[in-house]
Design a protein around this ligand. Sequence first.
Ligand SMILES: *[C@@H]1O[C@H](CO)[C@@H](O)[C@H](O)[C@H]1NC(C)=O
Ligand SMILES: *[C@@H]1O[C@H](CO)[C@@H](O)[C@H](O)[C@H]1NC(C)=O
Length: 457
Amino acid sequence: MAAGWARPAGFALLVVVVLAAAASADRPARGGLSVTAGAEESSAVFPLYGDVYPHGLYYVAMSIGNPPRPYFLDVDTGSDLTWLQCDAPCVSCSKVPHPLYRPTKNKLVPCVDQMCAALHGGLTGRHKCDSPKQQCDYEIKYADQGSSLGVLVTDSFALRLANSSIVRPGLAFGCGYDQQVGSSTEVSATDGVLGLGSGSVSLLSQLKQHGITKNVVGHCLSTRGGGFLFFGDDIVPYSRATWAPMARSTSRNYYSPGSANLYFGGRPLGVRPMEVVFDSGSSFTYFSAQPYQALVDAIKGDLSKNLKEVPDHSLPLCWKGKKPFKSVLDVKKEFKTVVLSFSNGKKALMEIPPENYLIVTKYGNACLGILNGSEVGLKDLNIVGDITMQDQMVIYDNERGQIGWIRAPCDRIPKFGSSLLDNTIHGFEDGYCWPQFPNIIGYQNEQSEVCYSSITK
Ligand SMILES: *[C@@H]1O[C@H](CO)[C@@H](O)[C@H](O)[C@H]1NC(C)=O
Ligand SMILES: *[C@@H]1O[C@H](CO)[C@@H](O)[C@H](O)[C@H]1NC(C)=O
């Protein structure tokens, strides 16, 4: 990257199409048949780790293989394929937190498998097998220039469900043996990527096909770090969340609530409607050149004398105060709320208060966490990244074709009944249940009692 600032890891794990941008036939069957027709789907909840700053990503621990071993995966709603750095053997892997995943020959997904066809269709629009025995090779490239070359395998994922069952479905994922890392770090915080896009290769679509969960995923990223991820709709606050229909226009499996108008401090900024994508694989938010310029002008024009622009190696645009800031709370009153107003279907507003677009760096400066997407080649796409989705439950509902959001205390992990049913691998234990915690918005669902416990890290 040309910009002279050190970017935290995990900038925009959006897939970029490698060859021809053929329209993909890889849409999930919305509300389609599941293999175990008739069985009730359940939900699974996982604690998240990480933060926007300084780590630059949120990740989950998943148990994969037999016997199950833990792996840390970068949660990415901007791509479909889940993959692990893999000893197949490895040509180019970064240093990862856990021993490399080792596939056995019988785990290989053949090229003729429909999962392989879906993967190739989603990545390149082309699928060709030279022989029935051929393995399913792939190459995936991300918007931050990172890439993974590998082969599709199937192995079991151990999931504890909300209905108390533990299931071990065999799910397809990439065994990546040749990685180019987009961000500069040699040591990776994660062992791979958890692809949660809407394509049929997505782990989410596979869980749906196995009849385990509905094709619904959500995350709640805490500004204090950590949070939780869930599959299924048991904890979705349908009636209270703000919903926008998913836009169908994009050929890729991006999650988009359509186009939005931009406001700052209640005033429209007079820019063209912006095509917006929600992407948990991006730590920051990116606006294309025109809205970026308009927003920067509006913020600068509104700034009080208490703040002075300063260079900071963390991000391109930063301000210092009279004293170094300790947290965004020290500076938020100096900034106004940004609003994205989605007009696809009913009008849906996403309010972005200063704590959802500023970070305070280790130097005590406040920096703008909305970056110029045109500068990094995102063209007209605007990405709502982790910083803006923090402290909200964000729900990608592929069953009903809608995206929802609602303010929520993301450092409380929802549980069901009184037992510890989330998929914590490192262990924690202090639960309390509804209605002892009546003031939170969201969470409670018609059928199930939902409890919480704090996430210890
Ligand atoms: C929980 O849900 C899963 C997925 O539908 C199902 O296979 C399992 O039998 C259910 N368990 C119970 C106890 O209902
Ligand atoms: C954003 O990036 C584009 C493309 O590099 C550049 O032309 C434009 O000046 C940048 N805008 C701002 C406000 O820095």
